[in-house]
Design a protein around this ligand. Sequence first.
Ligand code: B12
Ligand code: SF4
Length: 468
Amino acid sequence: MRCVLAHIAKGVDGTPASPAVDHLGLASLAGVLAEGGHDVSILDTLLHDVPDEGLASRAAAERPDIVGYSVNYSNVDDVFASARELRRLYPHAAVVAGGSYATFHCDDLLSADTPFHGVVLGEGEIPFLYMANAGADCAMWCDIPGVAVRTSDGIRNTNPKPGLEFAALGRRSYEQLSHLTRFPRLCYRVAIESSRGCAHSCSFCSIAASQRMAGCAAVRRLRSPTAVADEVRHVVEAYGLRDFWFMDADFLGQPSEKSRVLEIARRIAELGVDVSLEIDARADAVDEQVIEALCRAGLQRCFVGVESFDDATLKMFGKKTSGHVNIRAIEVLEKFGVRPILGMIMFHPQSTLAQLRQDHAMLRNFGYEKTQMLFRLKKYKGSRDAGQKQDSDGRGVAPWEDYGWEFDNPEIAEAWEKFDALRLEAMDEVFVHMTHEFRNGQITPEDFSSRSDAVFRTFGENVDAILG
Ligand code: B12
Ligand code: SF4
């Protein structure tokens, strides 16, 4: 079968994607499909420099049997438009959607006038391989675990099974990397993974939700340190790319995984290559020995799911950390010169002025430029939070109401409106105007980062008028 995997690249909250990064999920699918004897290519709007509206004709030109779109909150409208256009241009292809968003919105994606023939739920490697093996006739997909299809009787879906162990996943496709080579250092990241899954179950998180759906709640699947280091070496030698971003939900993992993380760090350091690494971690796993070892391997940036510095908020999220643990993690990272990237969820239905002021004071201290610039809880469909919490009218927030919540306190709602207006202004300046100048070569990567930091710092100063 001829398969095209398509991605309309966007950044947070729909801003232009920056830095450029290859789509690891699609690379993994492509690797498994190719090993299964299928002919696969990946089309990514940023990497192929194709406008969103041009993706359908590029995909149609490949005369595919199946086209799979990766869908997320930021690109869903554009994906719908592209899939409709593809069906018009090339009605012979079966069109499939996958990814976290598609998983929990499969009913919407397969609604009556849908351009999609099927939706893959959760990890896609095996379900998509089985679909390709079965052929482009979606009637043949009904019994594949992890696939939803529209039949004459409505939507039929079969729950996913747990994903494959790393050794069974085989080699990912590297075809996207040749497109990353045109970006200078600091402007791209090579996606890599050392583990899948998370042992925790924070109430807002859809990773935990996907694991529950596949019957593997709290299970971590680990890749061997040798395989991770070999991949780093391969990418450096074959493509000359040196900036890596680990896509693991929880790179540092459980306390029992510490020796494994130290081994990954040692093996990468022993390669003796100049690389930079970025990881995602929980605050309670950040410790000096591990961070020091990872720094020797090239660690430069660490996303930490801080969410809030307020213990009651963290308890409500089921985060199992504390404000103190968060502060300590940031201090350890800064001690070793690792840039923390703070994931924050300080605005939530029960936010109080005192809690917001505390969070704001901490962010003013550490620097708003170190946040992801996302601050308001999103009730992702599928997550425990979306299914359980009550909104201000006392109705249960239904699983399909992703963002359907209001602040309990009208004063906080007003504070959010003002905060968000400033936030959007700052994001616009950095992700639209500055990114445009940057892509046109008008400003250097160094200038881009110092100027964008200044914009976000000023945003923090302006928030003083609201929460100071
Ligand atoms: C890197 C990343 C980003 C990058 C984008 C990278 C990229 N290439 O697109 C940036 C920073 C831009 C980003 C932004 C956002 N992200 Co993000 N991101 C991640 C992160 C950390 C890693 C993604 C990854 O590579 N995973 C590993 C690969 C192997 O898995 P995968 O991509 O999910 O692909 C597998 C399946 O989903 C599926 N699949 C995916 N696509 C397709 C397509 C087809 C056809 C098929 C069959 C299957 C399939 O099969 C793949 C292989 O098993 C994840 C957390 C995580 N660890 O997964 C969050 C995550 C995906 N992001 C999330 C969110 C919410 C966002 C934003 C909406 C945030 C915001 N408010 O703006 C935006 C949306 C824009 C976007 N492009 O995604 C949520 C998704 C929640 C949800 N229910 O949708 C996640 C799960 C984080 C979380 N804890 O909640 N993100
Ligand atoms: S937010 Fe992070 S720690 Fe919590 S369940 Fe999700 S991936 Fe795990």
